[in-house]
Design a protein around this ligand. Sequence first.
Ligand SMILES: CC(C)(COP(=O)(O)OP(=O)(O)OC[C@H]1O[C@@H](n2cnc3c(N)ncnc32)[C@H](O)[C@@H]1OP(=O)(O)O)[C@@H](O)C(=O)NCCC(=O)NCCS
Length: 187
Amino acid sequence: MATPTLETQRLILRPLALSDAPAIQRHFNNWNIIRNLAAVVPWPYPDDGAWAFIRHELARAAAGDEVYNWVLVLRAGGGEAIGNIRFRPDPEAPKGNRGFWLAEPYWNQGLMTEAVAAVNDFAFNTLGIESFHVCNAAANVASRRVKQKTGAEFVGHIELLHHSGQSKAEKWKVTRQVWLGRGGPTP
Ligand SMILES: CC(C)(COP(=O)(O)OP(=O)(O)OC[C@H]1O[C@@H](n2cnc3c(N)ncnc32)[C@H](O)[C@@H]1OP(=O)(O)O)[C@@H](O)C(=O)NCCC(=O)NCCS
Protein backbone atom coordinates (compact mmCIF):
# COMPACT_ATOMS: atom_id res chain seq x y z
CA MET A 1 0.00 0.00 0.00
CA ALA A 2 1.06 3.59 -0.52
CA THR A 3 2.40 5.57 2.45
CA PRO A 4 -0.70 7.08 4.14
CA THR A 5 -0.88 10.43 5.91
CA LEU A 6 -0.84 10.02 9.71
CA GLU A 7 -1.81 12.65 12.24
CA THR A 8 -0.74 13.25 15.83
CA GLN A 9 -1.41 16.01 18.32
CA ARG A 10 1.37 18.29 17.03
CA LEU A 11 2.42 16.69 13.76
CA ILE A 12 1.28 15.62 10.34
CA LEU A 13 3.24 12.72 8.89
CA ARG A 14 2.79 12.95 5.17
CA PRO A 15 4.28 10.86 2.37
CA LEU A 16 7.76 11.91 1.28
CA ALA A 17 7.72 13.86 -2.01
CA LEU A 18 10.35 15.42 -4.25
CA SER A 19 9.08 18.85 -3.21
CA ASP A 20 10.46 18.10 0.30
CA ALA A 21 14.02 18.04 -1.02
CA PRO A 22 15.02 21.66 -0.24
CA ALA A 23 13.89 21.39 3.41
CA ILE A 24 15.49 17.97 3.87
CA GLN A 25 18.73 19.16 2.28
CA ARG A 26 18.85 22.12 4.69
CA HIS A 27 17.98 20.21 7.88
CA PHE A 28 19.69 16.87 7.26
CA ASN A 29 23.04 18.28 6.13
CA ASN A 30 24.17 18.47 9.77
CA TRP A 31 26.98 16.49 11.37
CA ASN A 32 25.06 16.27 14.67
CA ILE A 33 22.46 14.20 12.82
CA ILE A 34 24.74 12.30 10.44
CA ARG A 35 27.23 11.16 13.09
CA ASN A 36 24.49 9.03 14.64
CA LEU A 37 23.65 7.28 11.39
CA ALA A 38 25.04 4.20 9.69
CA ALA A 39 28.10 4.83 7.53
CA VAL A 40 26.14 4.10 4.34
CA VAL A 41 24.73 7.65 4.47
CA PRO A 42 26.96 9.89 2.30
CA TRP A 43 29.14 12.41 4.15
CA PRO A 44 30.09 15.12 3.32
CA TYR A 45 26.48 15.36 2.27
CA PRO A 46 26.30 16.01 -1.48
CA ASP A 47 24.58 19.14 -2.81
CA ASP A 48 21.94 16.93 -4.43
CA GLY A 49 21.79 14.47 -1.49
CA ALA A 50 18.14 15.02 -0.59
CA TRP A 51 17.00 14.85 -4.23
CA ALA A 52 18.97 11.62 -4.77
CA PHE A 53 17.56 10.08 -1.57
CA ILE A 54 13.95 10.94 -2.41
CA ARG A 55 14.23 9.76 -6.02
CA HIS A 56 15.75 6.49 -4.84
CA GLU A 57 13.04 5.90 -2.22
CA LEU A 58 10.17 6.75 -4.57
CA ALA A 59 11.61 4.49 -7.27
CA ARG A 60 11.90 1.63 -4.79
CA ALA A 61 8.30 2.00 -3.71
CA ALA A 62 7.14 2.29 -7.34
CA ALA A 63 9.00 -0.95 -8.13
CA GLY A 64 6.96 -2.76 -5.50
CA ASP A 65 9.32 -2.70 -2.50
CA GLU A 66 7.33 -2.40 0.73
CA VAL A 67 8.80 0.80 2.12
CA TYR A 68 6.94 3.62 3.87
CA ASN A 69 8.47 7.08 4.05
CA TRP A 70 7.02 10.01 5.95
CA VAL A 71 8.16 13.57 6.43
CA LEU A 72 7.28 15.18 9.74
CA VAL A 73 5.49 18.51 9.48
CA LEU A 74 4.47 20.67 12.44
CA ARG A 75 0.75 21.45 12.49
CA ALA A 76 1.65 24.87 13.83
CA GLY A 77 4.47 25.38 11.35
CA GLY A 78 4.68 26.58 7.78
CA GLY A 79 4.30 23.14 6.22
CA GLU A 80 7.96 22.32 5.64
CA ALA A 81 9.48 18.92 6.38
CA ILE A 82 11.45 18.90 9.67
CA GLY A 83 12.25 15.19 9.79
CA ASN A 84 11.78 11.77 8.26
CA ILE A 85 10.72 8.29 9.32
CA ARG A 86 11.40 5.39 7.00
CA PHE A 87 9.77 2.05 7.76
CA ARG A 88 10.50 -1.11 5.80
CA PRO A 89 9.00 -4.16 7.49
CA ASP A 90 11.21 -6.74 5.73
CA PRO A 91 12.04 -9.23 8.55
CA GLU A 92 15.45 -9.99 6.96
CA ALA A 93 16.66 -6.36 7.03
CA PRO A 94 20.03 -6.55 8.83
CA LYS A 95 20.00 -2.96 10.11
CA GLY A 96 16.45 -3.05 11.42
CA ASN A 97 13.18 -1.90 9.95
CA ARG A 98 13.01 1.78 10.81
CA GLY A 99 15.16 4.87 10.54
CA PHE A 100 14.39 8.39 11.76
CA TRP A 101 15.88 11.83 12.18
CA LEU A 102 14.57 15.23 13.24
CA ALA A 103 15.97 18.69 12.51
CA GLU A 104 18.14 19.77 15.44
CA PRO A 105 16.14 22.88 16.52
CA TYR A 106 13.21 20.59 17.34
CA TRP A 107 15.00 17.99 19.50
CA ASN A 108 13.93 17.04 23.02
CA GLN A 109 10.31 18.15 22.79
CA GLY A 110 8.89 14.63 22.46
CA LEU A 111 8.17 15.07 18.76
CA MET A 112 9.84 11.90 17.50
CA THR A 113 8.22 9.87 20.27
CA GLU A 114 4.86 11.22 19.12
CA ALA A 115 5.61 10.41 15.47
CA VAL A 116 6.93 6.92 16.23
CA ALA A 117 3.76 6.16 18.22
CA ALA A 118 1.71 6.90 15.09
CA VAL A 119 3.95 4.68 12.97
CA ASN A 120 3.67 1.86 15.54
CA ASP A 121 -0.12 2.15 15.37
CA PHE A 122 0.09 2.00 11.57
CA ALA A 123 2.38 -1.06 11.65
CA PHE A 124 0.25 -3.05 14.06
CA ASN A 125 -3.30 -1.82 13.40
CA THR A 126 -3.20 -1.15 9.66
CA LEU A 127 -0.48 -3.46 8.32
CA GLY A 128 -1.23 -6.07 10.99
CA ILE A 129 2.38 -7.18 11.44
CA GLU A 130 3.42 -8.99 14.61
CA SER A 131 6.82 -7.43 15.28
CA PHE A 132 9.76 -5.54 13.82
CA HIS A 133 13.34 -4.64 14.78
CA VAL A 134 15.03 -1.29 15.27
CA CYS A 135 18.68 -0.36 15.95
CA ASN A 136 20.78 2.57 17.17
CA ALA A 137 24.42 3.32 17.90
CA ALA A 138 25.12 2.32 21.50
CA ALA A 139 25.99 5.93 22.43
CA ASN A 140 22.85 7.42 20.87
CA VAL A 141 20.99 8.21 24.09
CA ALA A 142 18.16 10.16 22.42
CA SER A 143 17.35 7.39 19.97
CA ARG A 144 17.46 4.83 22.78
CA ARG A 145 15.02 6.94 24.83
CA VAL A 146 12.58 7.18 21.93
CA LYS A 147 12.67 3.39 21.68
CA GLN A 148 12.21 2.90 25.41
CA LYS A 149 9.21 5.25 25.39
CA THR A 150 7.57 3.51 22.44
CA GLY A 151 7.47 -0.12 23.46
CA ALA A 152 10.82 -1.43 22.19
CA GLU A 153 12.43 -4.27 24.12
CA PHE A 154 16.23 -4.62 24.13
CA VAL A 155 17.44 -7.70 22.25
CA GLY A 156 21.24 -7.36 22.33
CA HIS A 157 24.22 -5.76 20.63
CA ILE A 158 25.17 -6.04 16.97
CA GLU A 159 28.02 -4.69 14.84
CA LEU A 160 27.02 -1.71 12.69
CA LEU A 161 29.43 1.03 11.70
CA HIS A 162 28.25 4.61 12.29
CA HIS A 163 29.77 7.88 11.05
CA SER A 164 30.87 8.67 14.60
CA GLY A 165 33.20 5.67 14.36
CA GLN A 166 31.13 3.62 16.75
CA SER A 167 30.45 0.10 15.53
CA LYS A 168 28.53 -1.17 18.55
CA ALA A 169 24.78 -0.91 18.06
CA GLU A 170 21.77 -1.81 20.16
CA LYS A 171 19.08 -3.97 18.63
CA TRP A 172 15.47 -3.78 19.82
CA LYS A 173 12.24 -5.59 19.08
CA VAL A 174 8.83 -3.92 18.94
CA THR A 175 5.91 -6.30 19.23
CA ARG A 176 2.21 -5.88 18.61
CA GLN A 177 1.47 -7.45 21.98
CA VAL A 178 3.58 -5.01 23.99
CA TRP A 179 2.64 -1.91 21.97
CA LEU A 180 -1.12 -2.49 21.95
CA GLY A 181 -0.94 -3.57 25.60
CA ARG A 182 0.50 -0.24 26.72
CA GLY A 183 -1.90 1.96 24.77
CA GLY A 184 0.63 4.57 23.66
CA PRO A 185 4.00 6.02 24.58
CA THR A 186 5.15 6.15 28.21
CA PRO A 187 6.98 9.02 29.96
C1 LIG B 1 16.94 10.65 17.83
C2 LIG B 1 16.04 11.84 17.55
C3 LIG B 1 15.18 11.56 16.33
C4 LIG B 1 15.13 12.05 18.76
O1 LIG B 1 14.12 13.01 18.42
P1 LIG B 1 13.41 13.88 19.58
O2 LIG B 1 12.14 14.42 19.04
O3 LIG B 1 14.39 14.81 20.15
O4 LIG B 1 13.06 12.72 20.63
P2 LIG B 1 12.14 12.87 21.92
O5 LIG B 1 12.12 14.30 22.38
O6 LIG B 1 10.84 12.21 21.63
O7 LIG B 1 12.93 11.99 22.98
C5 LIG B 1 14.33 12.20 23.20
C6 LIG B 1 14.69 11.73 24.59
O8 LIG B 1 16.10 11.64 24.72
C7 LIG B 1 16.52 12.36 25.85
N1 LIG B 1 17.87 12.83 25.61
C8 LIG B 1 18.34 13.49 24.54
N2 LIG B 1 19.66 13.73 24.69
C9 LIG B 1 20.00 13.19 25.88
C10 LIG B 1 21.22 13.06 26.58
N3 LIG B 1 22.35 13.57 26.09
N4 LIG B 1 21.22 12.42 27.76
C11 LIG B 1 20.08 11.90 28.26
N5 LIG B 1 18.89 11.97 27.63
C12 LIG B 1 18.87 12.60 26.46
C13 LIG B 1 15.50 13.46 25.96
O9 LIG B 1 15.53 14.04 27.25
C14 LIG B 1 14.23 12.69 25.67
O10 LIG B 1 13.88 11.85 26.76
P3 LIG B 1 12.77 12.24 27.84
O11 LIG B 1 11.51 12.46 27.09
O12 LIG B 1 12.76 11.07 28.74
O13 LIG B 1 13.25 13.49 28.51
C15 LIG B 1 16.88 13.14 17.31
O14 LIG B 1 17.70 13.34 18.41
C16 LIG B 1 17.73 13.03 16.07
O15 LIG B 1 17.27 13.29 14.96
N6 LIG B 1 19.02 12.65 16.22
C17 LIG B 1 19.94 12.54 15.11
C18 LIG B 1 19.59 11.40 14.18
C19 LIG B 1 19.45 10.09 14.91
O16 LIG B 1 20.13 9.82 15.88
N7 LIG B 1 18.55 9.23 14.39
C20 LIG B 1 18.34 7.92 14.96
C21 LIG B 1 19.33 6.97 14.44
S1 LIG B 1 19.10 5.34 15.19
